[in-house]
Write a protein that binds this ligand. Structure first.
Ligand code: SF4
Length: 473
């Protein structure tokens, strides 16, 4: 079947790509790559991938481009599901014969609800969907495709479960799909050099953080990896196809989960002479950091989440504050930049733990930070807890407002969601408006006119975002 993979148009500037842990519109223009869709697209000859938010394509433009396809596969998320269901209906209106599928964590966790909520959709994938898409595109009858829920007249039927992929090297590289279908200059992440390219070297995370979407839905809790040789070959190809790229990012949940492998990949990357970055937990030993730094590592994206040990224990983060402090000190001494991510509104949050977390962030002082609001996604332990404890006051698809901006979803006895929501602005201001931090940021801008241009644009976007949050609060 002539197949189109589609990250559909949703909220303006909506970042729902693969690396997006919280699908939402961000403080500044930000798009992760649609790697989850690029993977099956790489396995189906003649298919095409459209990333409508990154390419700023409207509903009408995408409908026009989708007109001649027999199979359209949409990636959806909890916050964008309502919009995506409406888009699916427009696809069917335009071409009643088109087969429409939906993939992603949301439909995998709530297949029956999703089929009911999106009547134009013919099937949804339950679990990993790479080979599922291949089977459907080959024209296999839906009843024979493992790992889906599909429509049979008025009824929704389920097929046999599809086992998780074990041979990761069997998955072809996504790089050629990026080259063919995406405009890499459209992808921005505030703390990564531009243009950047990201992809996966493995799936899954050994940690069991209660709020974290991907390992509890699509990825699983073992780190399934591609061989070092396979990763090296993909990087070589990426370098050839994208000589303009200034930084490569490994989007694996926790690239440093397998330290000997991370060190070996680093050595290979060092020989290729690329600048690279990755996700890491705040417990990487100094020796591993040294090897990675010597071989081109520029930045680590680290989920610190909270400065309260009790909250870290509550969310099963599996990290101690003293270890995270030591790790941060080592990274700083070695010249590794850190982008630290924090979450407000996790179980156990109080006004005092918020102050503690802000103090902690200022103390460990990552180069840049991102502060999110705890989001209970269906399929996570946090979501189950929130339902059981009565913390959840909204529908799960209200995780963002009408502009795609994150809302505070959880209300605890000791702290209101309004206070949690408002603390996000205070966090950013207390972190960034310190003389030392401002001096460092301005220094970087003065050294590089490109950085200056970009930071000024991001500054304007950032303040506009804060204003917009205030008006929607
Ligand atoms: S360590 Fe990071 S990726 Fe792994 S479960 Fe925790 S938050 Fe998720």
């Amino acid at each position: 079947m002539k197949t189109l993979f589609l990250n559909p148009p949703s909220f303006d500037g909506f970042d729902g790509g693969a690396g997006s842990r919280y699908q939402a519109r961000r403080e500044i223009k930000s798009f992760w790559y649609p790697t989850w869709l690029a993977q099956p697209a790489a396995m189906i000859e003649g298919s095409r991938l459209i990333d409508a938010p990154a390419d700023d394509k409207s509903v009408e433009e995408v409908l026009k481009e989708a007109r001649d396809y027999e199979l359209v596969i949409l990636h959806t998320s909890t916050p964008s599901f309502g919009n995506d269901a409406k888009f699916a209906a427009r696809l069917k209106e335009q071409n009643p014969d088109v087969v429409v599928g939906m993939v992603g964590a949301h439909v995998g966790v709530l297949p029956m609800e999703s089929m009911k909520g999106a009547p134009a959709v013919d099937w949804v994938a339950v679990g990993e969907f790479d080979y599922t898409c291949v089977d459907v595109a080959k024209g296999m009858p839906l009843r024979d495709v493992p790992g889906i829920a599909y429509r049979d007249g008025e009824r929704v039927e389920f097929t046999a479960p599809r086992p998780a992929i074990t041979d990761m090297d069997a998955l072809p590289s996504v790089i050629d799909v990026y080259k063919r279908d995406l405009t890499i200059e459209n992808y921005y992440i505030g703390y990564l050099q531009h243009p950047y390219v990201s992809f996966y070297t493995g799936r899954g995370c050994r940690s069991k953080c209660t709020f974290c979407l991907w390992p509890q839905t699509l990825g699983g809790h073992s780190y399934r990896v591609r061989s070092v040789e396979n990763v090296e070959a993909e990087m070589q190809r990426a370098k050839e196809l994208f000589p303009q790229v200034r930084e490569f990012f490994f989007d694996d949940d926790t690239f440093t989960d397998n330290q000997p492998r991370a060190e070996e990949i680093a050595r290979r990357l060092g020989k290729l002479g690329v600048t690279w970055s990755c996700n890491a937990k705040a417990n990487v030993p100094r020796k591993t950091l040294e090897i990675m730094k010597e071989n081109g590592l520029r930045l680590l994206l680290v989920g610190y989440e909270s400065g309260s040990q009790q909250i870290l224990n509550n969310i099963k983060k599996g990290i101690r504050l003293d270890i995270a402090r030591e790790f941060s000190k080592n990274a700083r001494e070695l010249g590794i930049t850190i982008h630290g991510t924090f979450i407000l509104g996790l179980p156990g949050e109080t006004p005092e733990t918020i102050r503690e977390t802000i103090r902690y962030a200022c103390e460990i002082d990552p180069e840049t930070i991102q502060v999110s609001l705890a989001a209970p996604y269906p399929g996570t332990e946090l979501y189950r807890q929130a339902q059981e404890q009565g913390w959840l006051e909204i529908q799960s698809d209200d995780l963002v407002d009408t502009h795609g901006i994150q809302t505070a979803a959880l209300n605890y006895p000791g702290i209101s969601k309004t206070l949690i929501f408002n603390s996000l602005d205070e966090f950013y201001k207390k972190f960034y408006f310190r003389p030392r931090k401002m001096f460092t940021l301005f220094g970087g801008m003065l050294r590089d006119p490109e950085v200056m241009k970009r930071r000024l644009r991001e500054g304007v976007e950032f303040f506009a975002f804060l204003r917009e949050r205030k008006t929607t609060a």
